[in-house]
Design a binder for this molecule. Structure first.
Ligand code: ATP
Length: 467
């Protein structure tokens, strides 16, 4: 536990260490010293991440009648990125420390007023401090650094350059015409995609907050121009509903209206949804009105018409677009931070993750009170097998004493523990075929029939998308 922890506000180090210890998230290529900006998800991390993505897919796609999913190739013809403006404009301003040569984003360095030799502050002049070696550097014109990863499609030296996509949106726009031609949707409609994106960030940092390989959940929602404000509002509200569904408290989420000069080149309005991370209030998700920028640019770039024909009015036009864009990894981090709790239980301090059953990587743990009593183990296995058929995310644990098992499950956010004891076997005849069901948050154990216990677990996740 870190010194800066408070009851329900863990430090980043606490979350990093819990994530590693319990198999949520590991540093990428760790035994070789790692690779900056990459992390690997372990068994519990994959389950949590899948639950987060499934919940998004359920709310943003399946529960609506106007949404279509795609899974586009990560590698695309470079003309996609030429037309979208990413080759020319997807860059960050970069400055380099004169001494250690480390590079930083010019808009993120710490600056100080400049002083002359006698220590007098010079008006309107500043220096910037190198975070790595502490050198005070003269302010310099930043260089533009393109953030796209470049590679070649083909074995020969002159094979065409391709880029790893920096956002999933490109693949969505590439399928606009395919969806129109194959599904014939009526406007407004949207296309959704979940997938990896790559950004050669100058300074990856803050665990899974700023990565070079990341995952996004994005929607392009196609509308008539005059509908943009209504559609923007609709998605804004849905993003709040999603935040609530995954346990991100409204009080930790803040909307920031991005000023025109700070917006991406394609956007007429952008709201950042910011979250209170331990390292400050930072962007979690974005919502942008991309106008008809992309479809117009791709129509021009490809020479293929990308208009929409309104059958009723025979009107032909280029749809405008609203784009909710959610980073999966930043969401995982916000979910972990939001779920973290500490309390006192039976005189001892306990740590638990208060995941909703929907998100919990393990929905229930089934265990025999004692490991060395074959009749207990057999009965517990029966319960485990029945439950696991219905609810895949079930864990078996018979290691150590039962109190320790409960604590281990608390720490990974398992909402229920079912324990099979001698009463289950009929030691007290009136309790035969009953078990205890322990609730994580209250630690209260209730005796009930096996059927009731199984139903309680099932009921808690009814209607929830399971992996
Ligand atoms: P930032 O200003 O923090 O660099 P951005 O404004 O460039 O982010 P967008 O282009 O709006 O981010 O990307 C959409 C979403 O993708 C973000 O809201 C975030 O959730 C996620 N995202 C973007 N860059 C990264 C990254 N390097 N690592 C992890 N997630 C990211």
């Amino acid at each position: 536990m870190s010194m800066s922890d408070t009851q329900n506000n863990p430090s980043l180090e606490t979350i990093i260490s819990l994530a590693k210890r319990r198999g949520f998230v590991f540093p990428g290529s760790e035994i070789y010293g790692g690779l900056a900006g990459t992390y690997d998800y372990g068994p519990l991390g994959v389950a949590l991440k899948n639950n987060i993505k499934n919940m998004w897919w359920r709310m943003f796609v399946e529960l609506r009648d106007d949404m279509y999913g795609v899974d586009a190739a990560i590698l695309m013809n470079s003309k996609v990125w030429e037309a979208s403006g990413h080759i020319a404009g997807f860059s960050d301003p970069l400055i380099e420390c004169e001494k250690c040569k480390h590079r930083f984003r010019a808009d993120q360095v710490q600056t100080k007023p400049k002083k002359d030799e006698s220590g007098i502050v010079l008006e309107n002049e500043e220096v910037w401090i190198c975070e790595h070696c502490g050198t005070k550097n003269e302010m310099a014109e930043p260089r533009q650094f393109n953030m796209m990863f470049k590679t070649r499609a083909g074995a020969s030296e002159d094979a065409p350059a391709v880029y790893l996509r920096p956002e999933t949106a490109g693949g969505i726009f590439m399928n606009y015409k395919n969806i129109i031609d194959s599904v014939h949707p009526k406007l407004p409609f949207g296309i959704a995609q979940i997938g990896k994106a790559f950004r050669n960030e100058i300074a990856p940092r803050d665990f899974i907050f700023r990565l070079r390989e990341l995952e996004q959940m994005e929607v392009e929602y196609f509308i008539k121009q005059e509908e943009w404000e209504r559609a923007f509002e609709q998605w804004r509200v849905l993003m709040h509903e999603y935040a609530q569904a995954i346990g991100i408290k409204g009080s930790a989420l803040h909307e920031l209206e991005i000023l025109p000069e700070d917006r991406a080149h394609y956007s007429e309005r952008t709201i950042d949804f910011e979250f209170d991370y331990p390292f400050g209030r930072k962007e979690l998700w974005g919502l942008a009105y991309r106008t008809d920028f992309d479809l117009s640019a791709h129509e021009k770039g490809s020479g293929v018409e990308l208009k929409y024909l309104d059958e009723a009015t025979k009107e032909k036009f280029t749809p405008h677009v609203i784009e909710p864009s959610l980073g999966v990894d930043r969401t995982v981090l916000a979910v972990l931070l939001s779920a973290y709790r500490k309390d006192d239980l039976g005189g001892g301090e306990r740590t638990y993750l208060a995941f909703s059953p929907a998100l919990a990587p393990v929905k229930a743990m089934v265990s025999p009170l004692l490991k060395n009593k074959p009749e207990l183990v057999e009965k517990a296995r029966e319960v485990y097998t029945v439950l696991k058929k219905d609810v895949p995310q079930i864990m078996w644990d018979d290691n150590g004493n039962i109190g320790k098992r409960y604590r281990r499950q608390d720490e990974i956010g398992t909402p229920f523990c079912i324990t099979i004891d001698f009463d289950t076997l009929g030691e007290k005849p009136e309790l035969k075929d009953t078990v205890t069901l322990r609730q994580r948050d209250t630690a209260v154990q209730t005796r009930m029939s096996i059927t009731e216990a199984i139903l309680s677990v099932r009921e808690s996740i009814r209607g929830i998308p399971l992996t």
